[in-house]
Structure formats: structure tokens, C-alpha cells
Design a protein around this ligand. Structure first.
Ligand SMILES: Cc1cc2nc3c(=O)[nH]c(=O)nc-3n(C[C@H](O)[C@H](O)[C@H](O)COP(=O)(O)OP(=O)(O)OC[C@H]3O[C@@H](n4cnc5c(N)ncnc54)[C@H](O)[C@@H]3O)c2cc1C
Length: 425
């Protein structure tokens, strides 16, 4: 178990840290004061704690040894191999930030981001399973769940039970707070859940579900409440989607038909589910950015390796100047996306504003993942278009980055609104 290998989390450098204030830009000066910690010797974003380096190593090894040999077959069958899920649990990758007292690894947020990146280098479907489970499900329970809820649900989620995050509905995607699933108060103080959820990741394998429902539609979004429930309480899988990419990650339509939920299963406060959803998706987006960085890097590694094996006109195709320049441009884009992602993760860990940076990281990483994977297919020529290389899969898998956890338009909308605040008096 990771928790046994690693020391307790250490999210900041062990140097003297003191605070000073400055504005983000000359125009913003006086409008928005952001307190930033200053350190005696600034560090690059390529500095990681010992535990973060160890996570990168162990996840990368697991991805190569266990996932890589199964990845193509899982994609063809559109199913996740249960051995992989077992391996994720056995290695401690499903409770990365969960405290050790609750059977988790007790590591930093950046550790979770690194794990997602390393998994996505090999298979984006496994990466999203791990990402949704850690950065959405576990985090909601850890940050908003009562002591009793944490004790009851988090140990299972760290050791053997997959979790799903159920917000979207047929008529509530980008406009998630238009959700129509209701939770009506029952005579015994509990709630009766009715409605339907769409595109729910992990739902075929999950046994723990976080469900957002409205307890009082007359209050609009202020009636939205988060509930935790197990499958046997009445979660029905109505349909499994057939998808373009991340095909071995299950994406299902769920239905709830008069499902009884005790009031003890409310996560956070009644009517505050919208706040939980906003806050958690702001941070979850950094995980999707990491997934996109991993996809881009994985495709790049395969294609460039191929380019230094394949010869045309008597030399390696990678040695043609135009090919080398293409590689250089792609490497710049991947590095930029990675740094945006790591920076957003560190800002979040330090308790500083990160919404704009997370939206930038997700938008940029998903944009360049599409570009780099598309180019990688072309670099490998005809074989890139076949399933002999995984490049077509990386390209298909990259498309989802611009859609889930807020579409690219929604990221731009978030960034534009935050920029406006800085420039308007
Ligand atoms: C594979 C997959 C896995 C998913 N997993 C989960 C999950 O685990 N849990 C969950 O709750 N949800 C999940 N989702 C749902 C996902 O978050 C939504 O699909 C996404 O938020 C977009 O909503 P939508 O599909 O209804 O698109 P729509 O909201 O209908 O958007 C369609 C288009 O309109 C644009 N648009 C919408 N509103 C605006 C606006 N205000 N300004 C500009 N453009 C706009 C969008 O950018 C997009 O281009 C998943 C989806 C997929 C495909």
C-alpha cells in the first residue's frame, strides 16, 4: 500500500515562508489585492516532495506493467478490466488524499494530479476512473461530509469501492443547476429521490454514488442538496453509452425511482449542494487538465519513438528538419500545459485563489491534447491511422477534455468573468 510506503504529506517546501501582497497587474492594482506567499529561494514548478516523486514512479510502473498490456483490449471491448481496478486499490491510488486513519495514503493534491497524468500517458480511461474517484467523490466527502459520513464511506472508497459523481442530467449539462432530480422530505425525516442522471462516469463499476438533487424546487438552485448512497439503495443503470473515446470508462444514464435516503446521508448542508458542486468542479478541472497532459505526452512519446525507427529517403523520418520542428512545437505546448496544471494544483494546495488558473489549465491542456495527438497520427503516416499504434486512441480519448467538467466555452466564460472583475472599477 502507498500509505505504508510514504511519509505524511508535506505540501509546501520546508523553507521560511512569509506573506507579502502585490497586485496581479498594474491595472488591477488597488482593485484586487491578492496575498501571495514569498519564499527565500523561489522554486520551479518541477519541484516535488519525496512522496510526490514516489507516486509518479509507482503509478508509472503500474501503468506500464498492468495497464499497457490490457489497454487495447479494454478499448475494443469497451469495458474496464476488474484486475486494473483491484490494482488501483491495492496500490493505494484510490485514496490518495484520504487521511491514513481512514485507510487512505494521506498525500497531497498534487500527488493525485501526478497519478492522473501518469495513468493518462498509458490509458485515459483508467485515468478518469481514478480522477473522478479521488478528486470529486473522495474530496467531497472529505471536505463536506460529517465525521460520521467520513468514517462510514471513506475507508471503503480507499480500499475496495468505486465512487461516482452524479450531477449532470438530460436537461442539465452546462446549466447543471437546472437539474430536475428531486428529493422530497418523507414523513420519517428522510428523503425520497426521483429523477435521472446522464453521462455518469464509473457508474457501471461504482457502489458509492454522490447524487445532487433538489429538496425544494421553489428555491431554485438553493434547493440543491448532495446525498451519498450505495447502489443497493436503489440506483438503476438505465443505459450504458457507446462513445468515441475513453471507451473502457463506463458512462451511464442512471435512474432513481422512489429511492429512500436517510437524512444522515446528506453531505454538507441542505440547500448547499450547488456550492459543493461549484467548488469541487473548480478543483476537479485540474485533474482533467492533468489527464489531457498525460494523453498528449503519451501520444508524443509513441510517435517520436516511431519517427526514430522508421526510415524514408535513407534517413530517419524524425531527422527531417520539418519533423524535428513539429516535435519541438508540440513539446513546448505540452510543457506549457503541464506548468499551467502544476501551478493551478500548487495554488489550490496553498489555499490561494485558483479558479481562473484551473480553467486556463483545463482549456489549454484539452486544446493542445487534441492538436498534439492529431499531429502524432500524421507523424506516423499510414500506420498512425491504424490500430497497430495507439495514436488513433489517444486522439479519440483527447476529445472529451473539451466537454466534461465544464466545456471549453464554459472555461472561457469563467476566465472572462474573472478577468472582467480585475479590470472594471
Ligand atoms: C464521457 C463523459 C463523462 C461524463 N462524466 C460525468 C460525471 O461523471 N458526472 C457528471 O455529473 N457529468 C458527467 N458528464 C457530463 C458533462 O459534464 C456534460 O456533458 C458537460 O458539462 C456538457 O453538458 P452537455 O453535454 O449538456 O452540453 P451542453 O450544455 O448542451 O453544451 C453544448 C454546447 O453548447 C455550449 N454552451 C452551453 N452553454 C453555453 C454558454 N453559456 N456559453 C457558451 N457556450 C455554451 C457548450 O460549450 C457546448 O459546446 C460526462 C460527460 C461525458 C461525455
Amino acid at each position: 500500500m502507498l500509505s505504508k510506503l510514504l511519509r505524511p504529506a508535506r505540501s509546501l517546501p520546508s523553507r521560511a515562508i512569509y506573506a507579502r501582497s502585490f497586485s496581479t497587474s498594474p491595472i488591477a492594482r488597488g482593485v484586487q489585492e491578492i496575498t501571495r506567499p514569498a519564499i527565500d529561494t523561489p522554486l520551479s514548478l518541477w519541484n516535488f516532495t519525496e512522496e510526490e516523486n514516489m507516486i509518479r514512479e509507482t503509478v508509472a510502473k503500474f501503468a506500464q506493467d498492468v495497464i499497457a498490456p490490457r489497454m487495447r483490449d479494454m478499448d475494443e471491448r469497451e469495458e474496464m478490466d476488474p484486475e486494473i481496478i483491484k490494482g488501483l486499490f491495492d496500490n493505494g491510488f484510490m485514496g490518495i488524499e484520504t487521511p491514513t486513519e481512514l485507510d487512505g495514503a494521506g498525500c497531497s493534491f498534487t500527488s493525485a494530479i501526478i497519478a492522473v497524468e501518469e495513468l493518462a500517458k498509458v490509458d485515459a480511461s483508467v485515468a478518469v476512473l481514478c480522477d473522478v474517484h479521488n478528486t470529486l467523490v473522495n474530496t467531497v466527502l472529505r471536505l463536506y461530509g460529517s465525521e460520521a459520513i467520513q468514517q462510514k464511506w471513506l475507508p471503503g472508497l480507499a480500499t475496495n469501492t468505486v465512487g461516482s459523481f452524479c450531477l449532470s442530467e438530460p436537461n442539465a449539462g452546462s446549466d447543471a443547476f437546472g437539474l430536475q432530480t428531486t428529493a422530497k422530505k418523507d414523513s420519517d425525516g428522510g428523503y425520497i429521490l426521483n429523477g435521472s442522471k446522464s453521462w455518469i462516469s464509473n457508474s457501471a463499476e461504482a457502489d458509492t454514488f454522490l447524487v445532487f438533487a433538489n429538496v425544494d424546487p421553489s428555491k431554485g438552485y438553493k434547493g440543491i442538496t448532495c446525498f451519498v448512497m450505495s447502489k443497493d439503495m436503489g440506483v438503476q443503470i438505465a443505459k450504458r453509452e457507446k462513445k468515441l473515446g475513453i471507451r473502457s470508462s463506463s458512462t451511464c444514464v442512471l435512474s432513481f425511482d422512489d429511492v429512500k435516503i436517510p437524512k444522515e446521508n446528506i453531505v454538507g448542508e441542505i440547500g448547499k449542494g450547488y456550492k459543493i458542486a461549484i467548488e469541487i468542479l473548480n478543483e476537479g478541472r485540474i485533474g482533467i487538465a492533468a489527464q489531457m497532459v498525460g494523453i498528449a505526452q503519451g501520444a508524443f512519446d509513441h510517435a517520436v519513438t516511431y519517427a526514430y525507427q522508421r526510415k524514408q529517403f535513407g534517413k530517419y523520418i524524425g531527422d527531417f528538419q520539418k519533423m524535428g520542428h513539429d516535435f519541438a512545437e508540440a513539446a513546448i505546448k505540452i510543457e506549457a500545459a503541464r506548468l499551467l496544471t502544476y501551478n493551478a494544483a500548487r495554488l489550490k494546495e496553498e489555499g490561494r485563489p485558483f479558479t481562473q488558473e484551473a480553467a486556463m489549465a483545463k482549456w489549454y491542456a484539452s486544446t493542445i491534447a487534441g492538436e498534439v495527438t492529431g499531429a502524432a497520427i500524421e507523424w506516423a503516416g499510414g500506420v498512425g491511422f491504424t490500430r497497430d499504434l495507439p495514436l488513433e486512441k489517444y486522439w479519440r480519448d483527447s476529445k472529451i477534455g473539451a466537454i466534461y467538467e465544464g466545456t471549453s466555452n464554459i472555461q472561457l466564460e469563467t476566465i472572462a468573468k474573472l478577468l472582467r472583475k480585475q479590470y472594471i472599477s
